[in-house]
Design a binder for this molecule. Structure first.
Ligand SMILES: [Zn+2]
Length: 253
């Protein structure tokens, strides 16, 4: 199977990403997704990630990806975490991703978002580990228990990648419009500030139940939680609302 390829602005010497804008991160997610799914498919299949994404070529840096979804995952402090991406110079060709399968298999949406998040670390953080890590040294993704470390730029980047990988803006705008038409939502006079030309909807101007149903249906369609979908709707400025935004801090760890 050919490697998953990705490219973005980076420092050639260290292979570290430059400070990427959100649209640049979304563009990488779009390119990666294009290698994993048909263009119009909504629910990204991640069930066979071990086989389907076993090797990567990121900005010309190539490495294997060894996925482990079978074991509990602890951080260095001994706390359970959802996932971790790590590199050990002892196996210089390989980046290891551990997903806490035993804790997550009953929460399928969370399992999917965790895989997508760790894939973000693989794409953006692993190339510099592979390129610059001296012998005997190991690296760990900065994943921390929920509630801490959210401002780490590597975490924000992995989360933004996860969001756009699972719910691409170009697809969601189409689905939002379809639901809006069906439920007769009135568009805001101000279109999305994020997706050029896409109508936006003010949540307070719509029927709350109908809007809730639409969010539920969209979450199902993409295989994500409703809170995850609310974050995407807000990030793409397709639906605006304090009410809709209420759970937006719970996207992922
Ligand atoms: Zn992380």
């Amino acid at each position: 199977m050919s490697p998953l390829t990705a490219s973005y602005r980076h420092t050639a010497f260290t292979a570290e990403p430059e400070q990427l804008s959100t649209p640049e991160i979304w563009a990488v997610a779009h390119a990666v997704r294009g290698q994993m799914a048909a263009p119009l498919h909504r629910r990204l299949a991640l069930d066979d990630i071990e086989a389907s994404v076993a090797r990567a070529d990121v900005n010309g840096v190539t490495f294997d990806i060894d996925w482990d979804l079978e074991h509990e995952v602890l951080n260095p402090a001994g706390q359970a975490v959802m996932g971790v991406t790590e590199y050990d110079r002892a196996s210089p060709e390989c980046v290891m991703v551990s997903i806490n399968g035993p804790a997550l298999t009953v929460h399928e949406n969370l399992l999917r978002s965790t895989i997508a998040h760790e894939l973000g670390h693989v794409v953006f953080d692993a190339p510099s580990w592979v390129t610059t890590t001296p012998a005997g040294c190991a690296f760990l993704s900065p994943d921390t228990p929920p509630g801490s470390g959210r401002r780490d730029p590597r975490e924000l980047r992995a989360n933004e990648f996860m969001g756009a990988l699972l719910v691409p803006p170009a697809l969601l705008r189409v689905d939002v419009q379809r639901h809006a038409k069906k439920a007769r939502f009135a568009p805001s006079p101000h279109p999305s500030r994020i997706i050029r030309g896409a109508p936006a909807y003010d949540a307070c101007a719509q029927d709350a139940d109908a809007l809730g149903e639409a969010v539920f249906a969209l979450a199902e369609l993409y295989g994500v939680s409703e809170s995850f979908m609310r974050v995407r709707l807000a990030r793409y400025d397709l639906v605006r609302a304090r009410r809709l935004h209420a759970h937006s801090s719970s996207s992922n760890a």
